[in-house]
Design a protein around this ligand. Structure first.
Ligand code: PLP
Length: 395
């Protein structure tokens, strides 16, 4: 008898398809070029007062102005960080420690940068934590959110992500922000999967704090920023020097900050062409999967392009549990990079906390895979992936 693994056609070692852009994106060549220029020409410490230092400092401040311009905020509201995780930590920690927040309302499908931080705060400060109910497909139950906000007089922070990194569900930031402010709550949103992919006028969105990460929009890893609304009273998490106007001590990573701004600028300048192109890839991929693999399902709100991001699809394959373990292995052997749940969990056996919160018992027993796209992908690559998946489900 031929084993299942052996029955899959020989992998094509020449072929490589990257469909894991929600984990991290390929850097744009223009961004690498700009960063290289900064590393070569402007290696001074931005805190030094000599010409080398002033040059580095001006690169940072120009980057801050670029970011502020694209998000319609003032430059002083941008605090550069080591990435999205630190920006989430900054807002949540300081809200509890410095702003008198005694209660956090969040959801079970947030990124661990929020969930684990909230757990930690609960242990350290004995704050109250409430989880808002999820509706079908994992969307946030806004009626329940309002009920929760109105059920206590304690100072409350709501932390709900804009675009879910595993299933792509989009939160109506405007509506949730208005509800929060009408009910006297502060609003923090993890916008790591949306900034750079959607135009957001932060000034006119009722959100107090957001977290952003450059490597999700073709920029470098290890850099991001927190948007901190003016006069919010937020205080630093990291102490030391006076960098970032005292909000975040430590010598700035000048080349990374410049790379972030360059990547953000290109993403927004190209959005009018790259967004429809990438959305076309997602639609095409879903159509081909439905055509070739009867019984395939799309998790969360993936099928709805209004309520779900155009950058990813989370696919539940109609195969038995015993084959599930082989799936990522087979895809990898065939040169296909994608993700089981979220990349931040790879190496752990716990499964996805997001899928655990929203899928039925039956669907949890089938393999689910997240494919995420960028404008660097092609339909031809997707045809190849559909072919490999089809073969896998039929064998
Ligand atoms: N928040 C979300 C929604 C993410 O997808 C990620 C990264 O996977 C993060 C936060 C963490 O960002 P960073 O890798 O920049 O720390």
């Amino acid at each position: 008898m031929i084993s299942f693994a052996a029955s899959i056609s020989r992998p094509n070692f020449m072929r490589k398809v990257y469909l894991d852009s929600a984990a991290t994106t390929q850097m744009r060549p223009e961004v690498i070029e700009k960063m290289t220029e900064v590393m070569q020409l402007s290696y001074g410490n931005p805190s030094s007062t000599h010409a080398y230092g002033r040059s580095a400092k001006s690169y940072i401040e120009n980057a801050r102005k670029t970011v502020a311009k694209y998000l319609n905020v003032t430059a002083s509201e941008i605090v550069f960080t080591s990435g999205g995780t630190e920006a989430d930590n900054l807002a949540l920690n300081s809200a509890v420690r410095d702003l008198g927040v005694k209660r956090i309302i969040t959801s079970k499908i947030e990124h661990h940068a929020v969930l684990y931080t909230v757990n930690q705060l609960q242990q350290c400060y004995d704050i109250e934590v409430e989880y808002v109910n999820l509706k079908d497909c994992g969307s946030i139950d806004l009626d329940h959110l309002v009920t929760l906000m109105q059920s206590s007089d304690e100072k409350t922070l709501v932390s709900l992500m804009h675009v879910n990194n595993e299933v792509g569900n989009i939160l109506d930031l405007q509506k949730v922000g208005e509800l929060c402010h009408q009910n006297g709550a502060l609003f923090h949103s993890d916008t790591v999967q949306s900034i750079g992919h959607y135009e957001i006028d932060l000034q006119n969105t009722p959100v107090d704090f957001t977290a952003v990460s450059a490597h999700k929009f073709h920029g470098p890893k290890g850099v991001g920023f927190a948007y901190v609304r003016k006069n919010s009273g937020l205080k630093p998490l990291i102490f030391g020097g006076e960098q970032e106007r005292g909000y975040r001590a430590g010598t700035e990573s000048v080349h990374n900050i410049v790379g972030l701004a360059e990547a953000l600028q290109i993403s927004y300048d190209n959005l009018a062409t790259e967004k429809p192109y990438t959305e076309g890839l997602k639609t095409y991929f879903m159509e081909q999967l439905e055509k070739e693999i009867p019984g395939v399902k799309f998790n969360g709100g993936c099928s709805n392009l209004v309520d779900s991001t155009y950058t990813l699809v989370n696919v539940c394959l109609p195969v038995s549990n015993d084959k599930a373990a082989m799936l990522l292995f087979q895809l990898d052997l065939n040169g296909i990079a994608c993700s089981k749940g979220s990349a931040c969990q790879s190496g752990s056996d716990k499964g996805s906390h997001v899928l655990n919160a929203i899928l039925s018992e039956e669907d949890l027993n089938k393999p689910s895979v997240r494919f995420s796209f960028s404008s660097f992908n092609t339909k031809e690559e997707l045809d190849y992936v559909v072919g490999v998946l089809k073969q896998f489900t039929e064998n």
